[in-house]
Every structure is written in structure tokens, then in C-alpha cells.
Design a protein around this ligand. Structure first.
Ligand code: PMP
Length: 406
């Protein structure tokens, strides 16, 4: 099946708007994706017809809202191929999910133990581990990046020893777009009896994910990077690990029984969902995944690979342009600089021309330090971007470079 990008674009009204007098070219999808009208309609329908609190109500609206919320959990379960829907926990996003796991597992660390992360992590997959290492007297170690921008898997092997209790890395680097060999890395970590968390924030919208086949212990992602709203995300965890982990927050919804002497916790997944959750966000996330399933992730993936290939080829024709990161296994993210021009200057001029790109360190300062640069310009694509937009990007960039070199 060929991919009908114009038909797809008609689902995203925002793509028709103008910015600074020019048609919007939205290339900041790694920061957040746009939402199809099917998702926005779902939110409107929820508020206009069945808004109610969930799980506790006997009345019809509450039952309808509960059913929609729980159906969404099952949609997500199938999307990532979790064994049980109770292993799928609604969170506020990736950052929240990582903090939940870091806090929940901190008790297994003793002084002298080690936590291993990669050196290409988003700050949200660095800081929570630093916090627990400090609290427990453990050490944080990092998997090095090689000169091509790939993780050094031999270096990872060398780091593994019986002090390493936890390992965390991303599925896909947000600043470079590199797809990491997570199956091999999980295998190596498990051979070492370490528990693994994979940050799926940048992978989940591009690459089919099967948590059972990959044998992932914990997988986290954010709704807003997969065509759903902000403020909702997922923590997947293997049942036995979640059962043994203390809850992150106490409150309503997460209990079986409360007395002043003692509280017993609810079964999974509710043990980790204290308080009224982001009900509409959860429902909208399920709708976004239905939308993606209807397009077919394979079709999306193939189209995005073509876009990446063409954008890379065209950008490399610009004199002095350097792309950072591996050229082999990537999602459609291109991080670049042009000679010594500051990325911020390029980003500002592109904005004048209607093009939205990201500039800066992309919350991965250690990656920028590795390359000894202050930041990059990052163009990140989604399935609604077109070949024509690549052309606009390249021509606009050429103009911007000319202006800035004077
Ligand atoms: N990890 C990665 C790889 C990311 O790209 C991001 C978002 N840029 C995050 C974590 C944090 O996600 P959020 O801000 O949605 O919690």
C-alpha cells in the first residue's frame, strides 16, 4: 500500500496554518507531535457526553468513562504486546515513569552498588538515577559513545559486574535519532542479573515494540510524542517486578483498606495510580494508538525511512553542514550544524520562514559535550511531513546560512 500523505495531512488541521506569513513546516516532532482531529474529537466527545470520575461510580456516566479508560489500557497493552493489561500503568509521562521506577527500586541499592546508564540519555533518564545513587551511596556509570555516535556495546559489557543492579537506556536517542540495539543490551544486562528500564519516548511512535519478545523489565513513554495530549504517559512493568515495588504515591484509588494503623494496597495497576488520573488523557492516548494502528506502523515506518533518506541526502548538499550521530539505524531525526554558525541563529531565521525546528542541547548536555558543541539544529519528522517540505527546509536553510555568513 502506498502512503497517502495528503489524506493523512487532512487529519491535522494545524498543518494548514501559516507562521510569519509562510505555510507552517512543522519539524519539531521529537519535542511533541501534532494531534489528529480524531484524537481532538475524542477529547471533545468525552467532555460533552460522558465526563465523570472513574472506577467508583455506580452511575452510567462513571461506568462509561471507566469502560473507555480501561479499554484504552487494553489498546496500549496490545500495542506494546504486554502479557497483562494490569502491567500497563497510566502516568503523567516519561519523566514521571522513570522517577516512579527509580524511587521504587532505590531500596535494592546498597552502598557500593552501581547503576549503569548510557551517555546519550535525556536528562530525565540521568537525574532520577543520580538522585537515588546519592541517597543510597551507589555509583552511576555510563556506557560510552563511539565516534560515530553509537553506543559502545563492548564498553557496556566491560561495565557489567555483580555490583550493577540497574541499567537504563533509551530505545532511541532524542538528540541524535540513533536506534539502540536494545534486544542485545537487555540480554547482556539480564545475563548480569540487572534490572533494565528502557526509555521509549522517542521509539514508540516509530518502531513496533514487543515488550515480551524484547524481555523488557520496564518501558516508559509519553503520550504527547505519539499523537496524544501532554500530561499522560505509560509505565509498563513486568508483573512480578511491579508487585514487589512500593507505590510512588499514596492516596485514593490505590488502596484496598485504610485504617490509622495500616493500609493495604490495591492490586495492579491501581496500586500505582493514586488519585483521580488523567482520564481524558488516557482515553485520548488509546484513540491516538488506534489512529496509528489504522495507518499501520509498518507503512508509517517505511514512509518515514524514505523521508529520512531524502532529507539526509538533500541536507548534506549544503556546504559545511555536518550531521551528528549514526547514519545507519535511525528514526527520522537529523541533528546538524553548519560550520560555526550558532544553532539558535539558524532556528530563529527558519522560524521567520515558517519552519519549526529545535535548537539547543535537547536536554542531552553530555552528548553535546562529547562533540564539544553548544547544541545542534534538530529537524525531526513525522509521517505527515512531505518531500516538498524537505525542499522548503533546504532552500530556507541555504538562505539562512547565506545571511548569517555575511
Ligand atoms: N526521554 C527522551 C528520550 C525524550 O525525548 C524525552 C522528551 N524530550 C523525555 C525522556 C522526557 O519526556 P517528557 O518530557 O514527556 O516526560
Amino acid at each position: 500500500m502506498s502512503f497517502d500523505v495528503e489524506k493523512v495531512r487532512s487529519d491535522f488541521p494545524i498543518l494548514k496554518r501559516e507562521v510569519n506569513g509562510n505555510p507552517l513546516v512543522y519539524l519539531d516532532n521529537a519535542a511533541t507531535t501534532q494531534k489528529p482531529k480524531q484524537v481532538v474529537d475524542e477529547i471533545v466527545t468525552y467532555y460533552n457526553t460522558y465526563n465523570a470520575n472513574i472506577h467508583r461510580g455506580v452511575h452510567t456516566l462513571s461506568q462509561e468513562a471507566t469502560k473507555a479508560f480501561e479499554k484504552s489500557r487494553e489498546t496500549i497493552q496490545h500495542y506494546i504486546n504486554a502479557k497483562y493489561s494490569s502491567e500497563v500503568i497510566f502516568t503523567a509521562g516519561t519523566t514521571f515513569g522513570i522517577n516512579m521506577v527509580a524511587y521504587g527500586l532505590s531500596g535494592i541499592l546498597k552502598a557500593g552498588d552501581e547503576v549503569v546508564i548510557s551517555s546519550a540519555e535525556h536528562h530525565s533518564n540521568i537525574v532520577p538515577w543520580q538522585v537515588i545513587c546519592k541517597a543510597r551511596g551507589a555509583k552511576l556509570k555510563t556506557i560510552p559513545l563511539d565516534d560515530k555516535g553509537d553506543l559502545d556495546i563492548e564498553g557496556f559489557r566491560v561495565l557489567l559486574n555483580n555490583r550493577v543492579k540497574l541499567v537504563a537506556f533509551n530505545h532511541v536517542s532524542n538528540s541524535l535519532g540513533t536506534i539502540n540495539p536494545i534486544k542485545e543490551m537487555i540480554y547482556l544486562a539480564h545475563q548480569n542479573d540487572s534490572i533494565v528500564l528502557v526509555d521509549g519516548a522517542q521509539g514508540v511512535s516509530h518502531i513496533p515494540i514487543d515488550v515480551q519478545d524484547l524481555d523488557i523489565d520496564f518501558y516508559v513513554f509519553s503520550g504527547h510524542k505519539i499523537y496524544a495530549p501532554t500530561g499522560i504517559g505509560i509505565l509498563y512493568g513486568k508483573e512480578h517486578l511491579l508487585e514487589n515495588m512500593p507505590p510512588y504515591q499514596g492516596g485514593g484509588e490505590m488502596i484496598k483498606e485504610v485504617t490509622f494503623e495500616k493500609t493495604t494496597y490495591a492490586d495492579l495497576p491501581h496500586k500505582f495510580e493514586a488519585g483521580t488520573p488523567n482520564i481524558v488523557g488516557g482515553i485520548a492516548l488509546g484513540r491516538a494508538i488506534d489512529y496509528l494502528n489504522d495507518l499501520g506502523l509498518e507503512n508509517v515506518n517505511k514512509y518515514e525511512r524514505d523521508i529520512l533518506k531524502e532529507a539526509t541526502r538533500c541536507l548534506l548538499q549544503i556546504e559545511g553542514l555536518k550531521i551528528y550521530g549514526s547514519s545507519n539505524k535511525k528514526v527520522p531525526v537529523i541533528s546538524f550544524n553548519v560550520e560555526m554558525i550558532h544553532p539558535y541563529d539558524i532556528g530563529s531565521i527558519l522560524d521567520q520562514m515558517g519552519i519549526a525546528v529545535r535548537t539547543g542541547h535537547h536536554c542531552t548536555q553530555p552528548v553535546m559535550d562529547r562533540y564539544k558543541i553548544p547544541g545542534t539544529v534538530r529537524a525531526s519528522f513525522a509521517f505527515y511531513n512531505t518531500l516538498q517540505e524537505i525542499d522548503i527546509l533546504v532552500k530556507s536553510l541555504e538562505k539562512a546560512v547565506k545571511m548569517l555568513k555575511v
